[in-house]
Structure formats: structure tokens, C-alpha cells
Ligand binder design. Structure first.
Ligand code: AMP
Length: 427
């Protein structure tokens, strides 16, 4: 079902006006398919990723149903609960709820750990209709009796697989057990590992299942290059690439928090405008870093995978994988930070000798090779450094014969003009 406008989805006027104000003129596929059903109170299992428009897909029905119920607002007893794995994602959802719910007489607040709880407790006491929370802080505040969940009649679990990765699954189950039995439950997950499938089975009642694959779509719009480089040359390669002023909003990924700090320090030493974001930073430092990046005050954000999911910063021109992730799915999440909302983008990956197996896993997951870029920092030529051919999916041989490599001379020139060379995957 493809709707051409939001008008046909059955949303109340204040929400339709808010959508216009947000310049959302046409529903995304997940919105078109789920909103009419969620408004009716159905449970949902959404296989969906950030970038699909899933936040509005659940936020709009939540707001609509609460506004039509018109139940009184009680201190510390939210009626809808949205659980998110990270503070950043929780904050983003909270912003979206505030924007979409602008014209409705509903109140929402967000709670997460790493900051003083005082303001959160105050907001809860004043009464909220929609609570957005990370699991740890929510359980803390429940234990302190600042919040109770027995009035929660709409429960949304966002990025459930991420909650599993972060070890929150038991907390999630404890939270679900405190919500009303009679409720509407929505579960979103990009992947469906068995503990999540089991959770979905246990907590959803005859759910509508929606499966959208935006990651694939986004990946198609991203120009990807891999540079084979020695670990010691990565710093010089990064400095050299960043001399290109077309790289105006750059997200650099490392595997470790220490790595992120080190790369950020090196960039600052080189006189570049950079900041770091990772889980060891205090909450206010994380907010400041993200804000500076989002508003363009800082050109380069160096982050661990915490920033790979959930974070929605528009117009990231380049993602640079300073270190390749050891989980291939993370690569897709990382590069998906560029090419948001229909735009294109570029993802450049540095691959040293020890990271070859990671690249191999990434290419297997994506079912296509990443084009090889050349640069002046490599010792042996990139051609010799190319990984050995591996078993390819059907149709791969044809693609490979057309595959390219691109040269980066190290001189500051636009990434878009990186030159082609002979062969990316020689036998
Ligand atoms: P999400 O997948 O919820 O993280 O949304 C990704 C981005 O798409 C966010 O910046 C949203 O504001 C934006 N977005 C969501 N729905 C629409 C829509 N129907 N039209 C245009 N942009 C949208």
C-alpha cells in the first residue's frame, strides 16, 4: 500500500498540521503501512532500521490514541512508555514526540542515566502522558517510587536488538512485567536474533508484522571506497583526506573509546576542528559534542559505534571508518549515518592487514565488493594488498569484472573526483 499523503491515514488534524510544519509531506512505506493499524490499537512487530521513518510510525499513533482517550494525567504514572537503548536515541525520540505532539494537550519527558535525576524526578512528579526512557534509569526511578508503570497502556520497545547487545534484555522484561496486561505493544528491531524473537513472542498479541529494509536502499546511495593502508599510516591518510574542504561534516569511526580519543587528539593537534563521542564521556559532554556536530560548529566527530545507530544528524557528507568494525552489520549502520533522508553520501574505510577478515565479512554481508581506493601512503600497491577472491554470491563474477578501484593521491581533491584504476580484486 503506498499512500501519496498523510491525509488518508486517519490522523487527527493537529498531527497533520505538525507533519506539515516538520515538512513530512508523504508517509514513508513503514508509516503508510503501520499508522492506520496502530491507530486501531493493534500490536506491531516492526523489522525496521533508523532512517525508515519508524519514529513517526509509532509516535503519531501513540499521540493520537492518548489524545483521544483523554484520561487524566497522574503524577509519576505515564500512560505510554517508549524504551530506547541509548541516551542519544531516547533524546531524539523525545524531540520527535515534542515536535509531532506540538498541537496536542499531552506532556512528555525523557529520562536516562549519566545525569542527575533531580530534573527528571521533578518532571515525572508534575505528570507526563508519554515517558521516553532508557531501561537502567527507568528501573532506578521505579525502585525509588518516582515512577510506576501500572498505567502504561501503550508500550514501545525501540531497537530491541540493540538492547539485547547492550545487555538490557532482562531489564526490559522486568519493565514489561510492570506495565498493564491490557495494553498495546510495539516492538522494533533491525534484526531478529532468537532472544528478540522469543521476547516478541512473549509480549506481543497477534502482532501485525512489517518488514522494511531501508539499510539496503541507503547503502545503494552511498559511494564506498576502501583504502588498504598500514596501521601506522592511517593518521597521515586521515589528515590528507580531510584537507578536502568538500568534506564538510565528517563522522570518523573507531572501534574503541581510547581509539576515538586518540584520533580526536591527533586531529586537534593537526589544527582540525574535531570532537569525540563515546560511552565514557559524561552525558553533558556527549550532548555538547553531538550538538556542536549537528549545528556545524564542529566539522569532525570521532565516535565509537555508539554513534552508529540511532543518531540522526542531517547532511553528514562523509563517514570514515578509521578502523573497520568487527561486526559486519555495524559497517552498514555506520555508513548509513550519511545518505540520510534521500541524500547521497560517501563512506571511506581504512583497512590494515589485521582488518582484512573484517572487510571480507562486510563484503559477504553486502554481497558486493567495496571499491578499492588508492593513496600515496600505502607501501605495497593496493592491488597486491587486495584480499584473495572468496566464494561469491551468484552474479558476483559479472560485477567483479566491472569492479573498479579508485586512486587517492593524498593531495586535497574532492572525494568525488577520486580517480579510477585497473582492478579491485585481482586473482
Ligand atoms: P527515523 O527512521 O525515525 O530515525 O527517521 C529518519 C529521518 O527521517 C528523521 O530525520 C525524520 O525526521 C525523517 N522523516 C520521518 N518521516 C518522514 C517523512 N514522512 N517525510 C520526510 N522525512 C521524514
Amino acid at each position: 500500500m503506498t499512500q501519496t499523503s498523510f491525509d488518508a491515514l486517519g490522523l487527527v488534524e493537529p498531527l497533520r498540521l505538525a507533519l506539515k510544519a516538520e515538512k513530512h509531506f508523504k508517509p514513508t512505506p513503514i508509516q503508510a503501512r503501520t499508522i492506520p493499524l496502530l491507530i486501531q490499537g493493534k500490536d506491531l512487530l516492526g523489522i525496521a532500521e533508523t532512517g525508515s521513518g519508524k519514529t513517526a510510525a509509532f509516535a503519531l499513533p501513540v499521540l493520537q490514541r492518548l489524545s483521544l482517550q483523554g484520561l487524566p494525567r497522574l503524577p509519576g504514572a505515564p500512560k505510554a512508555l517508549i524504551l530506547a537503548p541509548t541516551r542519544e536515541l531516547a533524546s531524539q525520540i523525545s524531540e520527535r514526540i515534542a515536535a509531532y505532539g506540538h498541537g496536542l494537550p499531552l506532556r512528555s519527558t525523557v529520562i536516562f542515566g549519566g545525569v542527575n535525576q533531580h530534573r527528571q524526578v521533578k518532571a515525572l512528579k508534575a505528570g507526563v502522558d508519554v515517558l521516553i526512557a532508557t531501561p537502567g534509569r527507568l528501573l532506578d526511578l521505579c525502585a525509588q517510587r518516582h515512577v510506576r508503570l501500572d498505567k502504561v497502556s501503550i508500550l514501545v520497545l525501540d531497537e530491541a536488538d540493540r538492547m539485547l547487545d547492550m545487555g538490557f534484555i532482562l531489564d526490559v522484561r522486568k519493565i514489561v512485567a510492570q506495565c498493564r496486561r491490557e495494553r498495546q505493544t510495539l516492538l522494533f528491531s533491525a534484526t531478529m536474533p532468537s532472544p528478540i524473537a522469543k521476547l516478541a513472542h512473549d509480549i506481543l498479541d497477534a502482532p501485525v508484522r512489517v518488514d522494511v529494509a531501508p539499510v539496503k536502499i541507503a547503502v545503494d546511495r552511498i559511494e564506498q571506497l576502501v583504502f588498504f593502508v598500514g596501521a601506522k599510516e592511517k593518521r597521515a591518510l586521515l589528515d590528507s583526506l580531510l584537507a578536502d574542504r568538500d568534506m564538510d561534516r565528517v563522522l570518523v569511526f573507531t572501534r574503541t573509546k581510547r581509539g576515538a580519543d586518540r584520533v580526536c587528539r591527533n586531529l586537534l593537534q593537526a589544527g582540525l576542528n574535531a570532537t569525540a563521542l563515546h560511552g565514557n564521556k559524561a552525558q553533558n559532554a556527549r550532548v555538547r559534542a553531538l550538538d556542536a556536530f549537528r549545528t556545524g560548529r564542529v566539522r569532525i566527530l570521532v565516535a565509537t559505534d555508539i554513534a552508529a545507530r540511532g543518531i540522526d544528524v542531517p547532511n553528514i557528507s562523509h563517514v570514515i571508518n578509521y578502523e573497520l568494525p568487527n561486526e559486519p552489520e555495524s559497517y552498514v549502520h555506520r555508513i548509513g549515518r550519511t545518505a540520510r533522508a534521500g541524500a547521497g553520501g560517501t563512506a571511506l574505510s581504512f583497512c590494515d592487514h589485521s582488518e582484512r577478515p573484517y572487510l571480507q565479512a562486510i563484503e559477504q554481508l553486502m554481497r558486493s565488493p567495496v571499491t578499492v581506493g588508492e593513496h600515496r601512503f600505502a607501501g605495497p600497491s593496493p592491488t597486491r594488498l587486495c584480499p584473495k577472491p572468496r566464494s561469491k554470491p551468484a552474479g558476483h563474477a559479472k560485477r567483479r569484472s566491472r569492479s573498479r578501484s579508485r586512486r587517492f593521491a593524498g593531495a586535497p581533491r574532492p572525494a568525488s573526483s577520486l580517480a579510477k584504476s585497473k582492478c579491485a580484486y585481482p586473482h
